[in-house]
Design a protein around this ligand. Structure first.
Ligand code: GTP
Ligand code: MG
Length: 220
């Protein structure tokens, strides 16, 4: 190799023109309050646990008051940080629910596909939200425990028709296998209006009695 070729090879590469900072859109993270509603034992806490920690618990304890978890969904051009309020489905906690759904950008109303009554419960939550929440709230119905096909009491088509009539999203999920859980939250993230909501967690002083104050998603 002669000297000229050597010099050519060692020449510094040309500096590429810098892209203006405005040409790359900023990846913004929106904060969105999301509430989980539905009868007791339909699998609300398990659904959240599967989504946030990719875990499942056969003996999940019944929720007291409400539990809080957050999770970020990355979309193509933005992210949504869900601040998730998992409410307690037992009747004695029902009067607390408005504190959690008020101001929520989205609600997931869970029913259990193996329990017909839980779908009636879900419909009463839909009515309550239609009366008392904002018109822009995204409402999704989640038919959980879809892994228990042999015990099914509610057909997908029946709920789908109801969801269509009432402008709701509808998914069948399984917290046990993980089926459709990510899809449900991602669909909600793409649909919610991209407006930042103030963080709400500190506004909720409810906590279980001292002797039970531990991770509400822990297994017994
Ligand atoms: N087979 C099956 N079982 C499930 C599924 N999700 C939940 N479970 C079971 O249902 C039980 C109740 O689930 P939870 O998540 O505690 O129900 P919840 O709706 O949070 O109940 P509350 O906190 O009382 O309102 C759990 O212990 C699980 O064993 C599922 O997708 N498939
Ligand atoms: Mg629970």
């Amino acid at each position: 190799m002669n000297v000229i070729n050597k010099i050519k090879i060692m020449r510094k590469p040309k500096k590429l023109p810098e892209r203006s900072s405005t040409s790359i859109p900023k990846h913004h993270t929106y904060h969105s309050k999301l509430v989980i509603l539905g009868d007791t034992a339909v699998g609300k806490s398990c659904l959240v646990l599967r989504y946030v920690r990719d875990d499942f618990c056969e003996f999940q304890e019944s929720t007291i008051g409400a539990a809080f978890l957050s999770h970020v969904v990355n979309l193509d051009y933005e992210s949504v940080k869900f601040e998730i309020w998992d409410t307690a489905g037992q009747e004695r906690y029902r009067s607390l629910a408005p504190m959690y759904y008020r101001g929520s950008a989205a609600a997931i109303i869970v029913y259990d596909v193996t329990n017909k009554e839980s779908f009636s419960g879900a419909k009463s939550w839909v009515k309550e939200l239609e009366r008392r929440s904002g018109p822009d709230m995204i409402i999704a119905l989640a038919g959980n425990k879809s892994d228990m096909e042999s015990k099914r009491q509610i057909e997908f088509e029946e709920v789908s028709a109801y969801a269509k009539e009432n402008n709701l999203l509808h998914f069948e999920t399984s917290a046990k296998t993980g089926a459709n859980i990510k899809e449900l939250f991602t669909e909600i993230a793409t649909k919610i209006p991209k407006i930042d909501q103030p963080e709400t967690r500190s506004a909720f002083p409810i906590s279980p009695p001292r002797h039970r104050r531990r991770d509400p998603f822990a297994c017994w």
